[in-house]
Design a protein around this ligand. Sequence first.
Ligand code: UP5
Ligand code: MG
Length: 199
Amino acid sequence: FSPDDVTVLFVLGGPGAGKGTQCARLVRDYGFTHLSAGDLLRAEQERPGSQYGQLIKDCIRNGEIVPMEVTIALLENAMRATLDKTADKKARFLIDGFPRKMDQALKFEEVVCPAKLVLFYDCPEAVMEGRLLERGKTSGRADDNAESIRKRFRTFVETSMPVVRHYEAEGRVVKVDATPPPDHVYSDTREKLRKALGD
Ligand code: UP5
Ligand code: MG
């Protein structure tokens, strides 16, 4: 994809930081297309005939990262499908929960499209844990239980934070405190995005 046609923002943050919540608001107000890597993986896991179903299921329950070939192919297909539906073949994407490992970050930017910037939702673990345990009462997500949450946090600290630091060193990160209530986080997001994107 050419950066002339496609604008990509990566949306990162720990499990339960509120990436999906904020993306929904950004879609509403800015006309982004929201692609959650986790949602795409969960859909692929359910797809009859998928050769990756069991692999994805095991990775998600254990808070481990699915091999990048699978996730990048799903993202690329979803981007292509979106562009095919637009008249001018242009689109702006929020890629939520990806890249969460350095190899994914480098590969995606090399073969798919460079990201314009990275929106990073920063939140203390105790706050995220409380949100996920609460959501787990009704979400039906296989990874919203105490044991999986612990594993997700560990993967985030060990594997995904280096990605955030990589982009920080390049000056491409817009960091937002994700602790306050959603509306507060969102107004902070808008303010910072306006400065960073100039719109
Ligand atoms: N909530 C949200 N914001 C709040 C706020 N400001 N104040 C109070 N409450 C707030 O929110 C989580 C909960 O908190 C909700 O109940 C919400 O109402 C409340 P949400 O917006 O869903 O947070 P989000 O950051 O999106 O949390 P999520 O659980 O989706 O994050 P994860 O990063 O853990 O999940 P994801 O779906 O991205 O990935 C799941 C798994 O898929 C990974 O662990 C991994 O195994 C796999 N995966 C890959 O292998 N590769 C990938 O590239 C991506 C995923
Ligand atoms: Mg999410």
